[in-house]
Design a protein around this ligand. Structure first.
Ligand SMILES: [Zn+2]
Length: 411
């Protein structure tokens, strides 16, 4: 049975091999961390990862139009029993740090300090280990489906999962066969299994008006007043929101002078939720509140008008699969196999994109522990890191070499 069978001896052999190569993975991890990769400027790090992949056997490597580095392993035998639905592993290239952030690596024993050392240099280094494993002739001979390893751009913050989104868009345009399963490899860790992906929408609402002198033009509409009505409404909405959601006005700016009717005011609204329908509902409510706020201000100053612009600053789709889904259960089995208790988790990762499209996906750590992610004090501890690597190897090798049909992964 899929995911629950006794581990094959050949997988044990590979696991043993990698247990002795933790320094190989850590050396790659430190090399990667030393190359700046701000969201939107991942080129140097992408080129480095691409050259590492090109040097390995059995892998077809290319860069896609979004900047993702794509490594494909096809089964050595294309005969019966080979499924065309691929297994896909994603690891993001980008970091939250700008180009000026010093990327100096300090290592003391098993602990390494450097911005981005865990998130996601660790995931990328383990992606290279997976590539080397899967590309080897004896493993390729066992593959029951293609495997795509993708180092993605634009995962963090303003990137809005751009690389993963582009890859899945292109995939669905080129093929009617959805991936069999997707694993996002993100940061350190060896026990969480992320199967719920919260979504978000970030809006900037800009209101503009004619402005004027605050004494002589006192009957003119005010963008600041309109935005004020909106913020009051958002704050009431935040108290009535459905569980598993948040909504807040997070930034506001407007006006030009102490003694003038403002010509402009903007407000940023941050909406988050576990279920996409709730996010869509809060977004629609925001638009209703906005038109009421504009009407209210205009009704008091009927001779002048306000203009309005809504810009989407960010959008991450939500999605999830149940804890009982076979992919989650397979990950739980792999976690138990390395002596850890699996913890179901919720997080925003590249897995948001497949999950939002009904494609089974999870996110897993790449071994070791760490802290201070997204800060300059980020650290990573390589102690017992083989457990997380072993968990991924067992899961990926099981999924890549087993032959359940895509229907066996219930949605
Ligand atoms: Zn990350």
């Amino acid at each position: 049975m899929f995911g629950a069978s006794a581990p094959d001896a050949w997988i044990d052999t590979l696991v043993d091999h990698w247990r002795g190569r933790q320094e190989w993975i850590l050396a790659h991890q430190m090399d990667i961390a030393g190359i700046a990769a701000p969201t939107g400027a991942e080129e140097r790090r992408a080129a480095h990862v691409e050259s590492q992949l090109r040097a390995m056997e059995g892998i077809d490597t290319h860069r896609d139009r979004h900047g993702n580095v794509c490594a494909v392993m096809v089964p050595a035998s294309a005969g019966a029993g080979v499924d065309r639905a691929p297994l896909v592993c994603l690891a993001h290239l980008d970091t939250v740090f700008d180009r000026e952030t010093p990327l100096v690596i300090h290592r003391e024993g098993s602990i390494v300090r450097c911005p981005g050392i865990g998130d996601n240099s660790r995931g990328l280094a383990v992606l290279l280990a997976l590539a080397q494993t899967l590309g080897a002739a004896d493993v390729r001979g066992r593959l029951a489906r293609p495997v795509h390893l993708i180092a993605t751009v634009g995962e963090e913050g303003i990137g809005d999962l751009r690389g993963a989104r582009g890859w899945f868009d292109d995939r669905s345009a080129a093929s009617h066969i959805d991936p069999f399963a997707v694993i996002a490899i993100d940061g350190p860790g060896d026990d969480t299994v992320v199967h719920r992906a919260p979504g978000s929408v970030r809006l900037r609402i800009t209101v503009t008006g004619p402005g004027g002198h605050s004494w002589t033009d006192a009957d003119t509409v005010s963008p600041v007043a309109a935005v004020g009505h909106l913020i009051a409404g958002i704050s009431r909405l935040a108290h009535e929101r459905p569980s598993g959601t948040t909504i807040a006005a997070t930034r506001v700016s407007g006006g030009e002078s102490l003694t003038a009717i403002p010509t402009q005011c903007w407000v940023d609204i941050d909406i988050r939720g576990i279920r996409q329908a709730d996010i869509d509902g809060l977004r629609a409510s925001t638009m209703t509140l906005l038109s009421r706020a504009i009407q209210e201000e205009r009704s008091r100053h009927p001779r002048t008008t306000l203009d309005l612009q809504v810009t989407v600053l960010g959008e991450r789709p939500a999605g999830s699969i149940s804890e009982q889904h076979r992919l989650v259960r397979a990950a739980v089995v792999a976690t138990a196999a390395v002596g850890r208790d699996a913890r179901p988790a919720i997080a925003s990762t590249d897995a948001n994109i497949p999950l939002s499209r009904g494609i089974p996906a999870i996110a897993l750590g790449a071994g070791g522990t760490g802290g201070g992610a997204h800060t300059r004090d980020e650290w990573y501890d390589d102690r017992d890191s083989h457990r997380g690597v072993e968990r991924l190897l067992r899961l990926v090798l099981t999924l890549a070499t087993s032959r359940p049909s895509i229907d066996d992964l219930e949605r």
